[in-house]
Design a binder for this molecule. Sequence first.
Ligand code: TPP
Ligand code: NAG
Ligand code: NAG
Ligand code: NAG
Ligand code: MG
Length: 680
Amino acid sequence: MSIDERCINTIRTLAADVVRGANSGHPGAPMGLAPMAQVLFTNFVRINPKNPHWPNRDRFVLSNGHACVLQYIILHFMGFKVSMDDLKAFRSVGSITPGHPERTHTQGIEVTTGPLGQGIANAVGLAIAEQEMAATFNKPNYPIFDNYTYVILGDGCMQEGVQSEACSLAGHLQLGKLIALYDDNHITIDGDTAVSFTEDVVKRFEAYGWHVQIVSDGDHNMQSIQQAIEKAKTVTDKPSLIKVHTTIGFGSLNQGEEKVHGAPLEPDDIRQVKEKFGFNPDEKYVVPPEVYDHYHKRAAQNAQYEEEWNQLLQKYAKEYPKEAADLNRRMTGKLPDGWEDALPRYTPQDSAVATRKLSEAVINKLSEAIPELIGGSADLTGSNNTRWKNAVDFQPPSTKLGNYGGRYIRYGVREHGMFAIMNGIAAYQGLIPFGGTFLNFLTYGWGAARLSALSALRVMYIMTHDSIGLGEDGPTHQPIETLALTRATPNMLTFRPCDGNETSGAYRCALLHSHMPSILSLTRQNLPQLEGTSIEAVCKGGYILQSDDNPDVGIVATGSEVPIAVEAASFLRKEGIKVRVISMPCTELFDEQSRDYRISVFPKGVPIVSVEALSTFGWAKYSHAQVGMTTFGASGQYPDVYKHFKITSEHVRDVAKDIIQYFKQHGNVPELFPQYAPAS
Ligand SMILES: Cc1ncc(C[n+]2csc(CCOP(=O)(O)OP(=O)(O)O)c2C)c(N)n1
Ligand SMILES: *[C@@H]1O[C@H](CO)[C@@H](O)[C@H](O)[C@H]1NC(C)=O
Ligand SMILES: CC(=O)N[C@H]1CO[C@H](CO)[C@@H](O)[C@@H]1O
Ligand SMILES: CC(=O)N[C@H]1CO[C@H](CO)[C@@H](O)[C@@H]1O
Ligand SMILES: [Mg+2]
């Protein structure tokens, strides 16, 4: 038996043991993918367990994340911090070997995968980032960034829409360093792919502009896998797809059937697998020393590659000190000194402007101050205002539409793809992505947006047309429930700024939170610059914009409804009622403030009315009465739509008066942030 066969059989038996040990998981794909992984990791993928974050490492993505036992085993073989005990703890709470790969949990996992289709789209982002970094930092004789993004994906990923969006763009962008291996095993959970997936994948990818090869026997013919990857590397102007025919659960009595997809193999089956592959059926979790040796040799070789790269970088630093310093800064995640000074500030005398336009002003400034910002839009550049003045498009030079040093990506009408690609770009290190579309289309790509949060990536979602305030386009385009969802999502910040200062403040906080995504919810309609707004206050989440002493009532509002609250307050004052107006650009950050601060903003005994032209869901936490949406919107000129749904200063005034009356009659105003008293 060759050493390669020995390694492959070890992967197969160990995968069966690990899944059986956890009594949960997916043995079929790892067993079928073992030869592919063996070829990839012992000949191609350059990663160094001693320094998992080496900038010019190859990136590997397991898009069919359910096969993660395979990835954990390879990392273990190589000497990453994944021990045999970690493998034995697969899928248990607190382990570094969760049920699907998570970049925040395990060294060597580049992106979080499992929701099918995301990984391949992330890989497109990683490959974009590599091209961008290469174009920015490489100099003649200094290929500082020149490495590959390898992906394995299965039938499930091939069927998902997000994959099509991203791969179509990858073909257009001619991402020659992206190499995807498709595990064509004809099986998904429902059985043979004949029941639902009969398209010609090869033709589809060729039509996208990919270079496509077929390996007809991925179970035995390592040579052909090897040759196909070598060939793929020589194709520099197209991404590569290698369709590899494999047998799911290879070696099991149920090989080739859906039974091996997602359940542990029966103990008897595992015994016969081990006998077949030359292992003692009475032993578990066996890794022959020669297998470790083989992988450790490869790891040592990779460490050597890194060493050579470090030397290259040292020479580079002497010749290009400025670039080297910037590269170093970016890799450590530090923003450039003084970037905050670039944020525009406004005075109350400045004219009324839509926050999407104010956002454009911020982007114009920050694109210069922060060279690692890389923007884009899902075909709404004009109305999103996401493209700065001197922006160059990120495009293959052959298109004559831009170049790879360009920092503006034309994502096309591909929201889900854009979000997943941004996750890949952010995961690469050294770049900060932002992308624009209408707020209502955030949920078109929610699968990826949620993963930005789960995997702690600084991605900025520039979401315009953020309420019924978009007017004529009507309810199909008017978000209602969207911000309730983003606010309910852990590790994600939702900003709805009300004017220029707050828009600058929203960008500031978004950039300062380096381990979470931010949603910037921006208006189409013009908004006045409100006396008392501040950049700095945005990071507190909510603050007193204006207040009479001992107010009778408070009005809390966000974004375009803050001016409505201010006008309602002036009406109330005319009637001798004392009012406080609270601007709440980010409820999540407000919730993090001390209870003392929160009570100083929402004093005990003062009834509060909330105003937001989106779902009222969630506002009961900050108010005793809510003005907002409880239905879908309507098509019409935006002032008429606001009137129709009674989101007006007059109505807010009336609700405020009503609630003051109500509490006069009914006694105590319920406290909004009661001190938690644990039961004894
Ligand atoms: C977005 C998404 N939908 C559904 C699932 C549940 N799921 C996990 S694996 C799988 C089938 C995948 O088939 P394939 O990629 O061919 O994997 P194989 O059975 O060959 O291992 C499904 C539907 C998922 N993980 N993600
Ligand atoms: C914006 O903030 C500055 C302080 O940074 C302040 O002087 C100015 O009045 C604020 N603008 C508005 C419109 O409140
Ligand atoms: C640092 C490093 O591994 N660089 C390699 C990236 O890939 C190219 C092409 O295979 C190699 O020539 C580099 O040495
Ligand atoms: C539709 C729209 O608002 N387009 C605007 C986008 O931004 C450019 C430049 O700021 C304006 O000129 C357009 O009117
Ligand atoms: Mg399959």
